[in-house]
Design a protein. Structure first.
Length: 411
């Protein structure tokens, strides 16, 4: 099997995902993706005609994100229409990371020489859930087999089972904001961050818009739980509340403690990212300097009602494929969908928090669903370079009871 080299990674800032008020809400999602493609081209000087495919994650492929936004992103970039094809995928929150992994597989297999993987999500223009159907696709037979509940209730279920208190999740959130504040002040995101321009060519946003520095356990503790009311809700045609549905699978839980709030969960934002991957032969022939190589990728599945526990088995599987132990990994990015998720992964794998999310995560920065995984890969490479370290891992929880992992080695 050949190698997949990561030549470069770029991302937009994350803009607040609020209609008309977020700085990126006036920029079409096709343009967000197209601008990341052009940034890769401008920074690295490759010929777009050599790009064999653009693989892009997008969770809400509906409305302005409908059709094939990967291909439309290529066209929006102004590239010759006869250059790169595009394919759009949905692995829920892991879509952007999966897009990079699939691009790497094409390169490693020898079937492709130059591929771009990435993702986009404009949550201000295409709100979460726009496509309808929910996680079970409104299938009563599936619902009877697996009584799926919203992810926030799953996160609260994890916190309840693991014994994570409100103070635990708020403490993690406050630390995420503190680390992000330092990272922004020291321009640690500058290696990958590109400005987004509006239709008139003016800079719409050049800095992540979502962070809210200065939060403490005390101030975060004043926020109301986000999913308590949802847990008490009974869907039309059902005879159990959402909490009761979850507890039917986990009868050892007498009551779900709702500890997640807007302050210790990931933020709703807009953004896009793109990662350029090449074979070593192509990179050498075209004087492209690699930044990292992909050592291993993996996905894993877990029980779908608790839903968000699969980063641990995905990480273990990925480590096994790479012939590594968890102690061999120097830096780790765990998506902060909800504070309980990285807390559980760190507990499961006995991880030192010092090497996990050193610049904060989605609680501070936000989580543009289809793009986040590709963003985290760029963030990891930047931080490996900054700290002069070699090996890193990205892992994410995914709806429906899935997880994804990627191990990188800095070149």
């Amino acid at each position: 099997m050949g190698e997949a080299w990561i030549v470069d990674a770029v991302r937009t800032p994350r803009g607040k995902g609020k209609k008309d008020t977020g700085a990126l809400s006036g920029v079409h999602p096709q343009q967000l993706l197209g601008q990341t493609l052009n940034a890769l081209k401008d920074r690295n000087g490759f010929d777009p005609a050599d790009v064999e495919d653009v693989v892009a994650g997008c969770v809400s492929a509906f409305g302005e994100q409908a059709a094939c936004i990967a291909r439309n992103g290529v066209l929006a970039a102004g590239w010759d229409p006869t250059t790169a094809s595009g394919v759009t995928l949905n692995r829920f929150c892991g879509s952007g990371q999966q897009a990079v992994n699939f691009a790497a597989m094409g390169v490693m297999s020898g079937q492709q020489d130059l591929v771009i993987g990435g993702g986009v999500e404009s949550m201000s223009r295409v709100p979460m859930g726009s496509s309808g159907g929910g996680l079970d696709g409104n299938d009563p037979q599936l619902s009877a087999l697996h009584p799926l509940v919203p992810q926030g209730i799953s996160a609260d279920l994890i916190a309840t089972l693991e014994g994570f208190s409100r103070e635990d999740v708020d403490g993690f959130a406050a630390e995420s904001q503190r680390r992000c504040e330092i990272a922004q002040k020291e321009d640690r995101f500058g290696g990958s961050l590109i400005p987004v321009r509006d239709a008139e060519g003016q800079v719409a946003l050049d800095r992540d818009e979502h962070p809210r520095p200065g939060g403490t356990v005390e101030t975060l503790g004043q926020l109301k739980p986000s999913f308590e009311g949802m847990g008490a809700y009974t869907q039309k045609g059902h005879d159990r509340t959402m909490d009761e549905k979850a507890r039917s699978v986990y009868p050892q839980v007498e009551e779900i403690r709702h500890v997640h709030t807007a302050g210790n969960s990931s933020g709703i934002v807009d953004g896009a990212a793109a990662v350029l991957l090449a074979t070593p032969e192509y990179a050498r022939a075209h004087d492209l300097k690699p930044r990292a190589r992909i050592l291993a990728t993996a996905t894993a599945a877990d029980e779908p009602v608790i839903m968000l526990t699969a980063p641990t088995p995905a990480t273990r599987k990925c480590l096994k494929k790479a012939g590594m132990e968890v102690g061999d990994v120097e830096l780790i990015e765990i998506n902060e969908a909800f504070a309980a998720i990285p807390l559980k992964v760190m507990k499961d794998l006995d991880l030192d928090h010092g090497k996990v999310n050193p610049n904060g995560g989605a609680i501070a920065l936000g989580h543009p669903l289809g793009a986040t995984g590709a963003m985290l890969i760029g963030t990891l490479i930047d931080e490996l370079e900054r700290q002069d370290k070699t090996t890193g891992l990205v892992t994410m929880c995914i709806g429906g009871g899935m997880g994804i992992a990627t191990i990188l080695e800095r070149i």
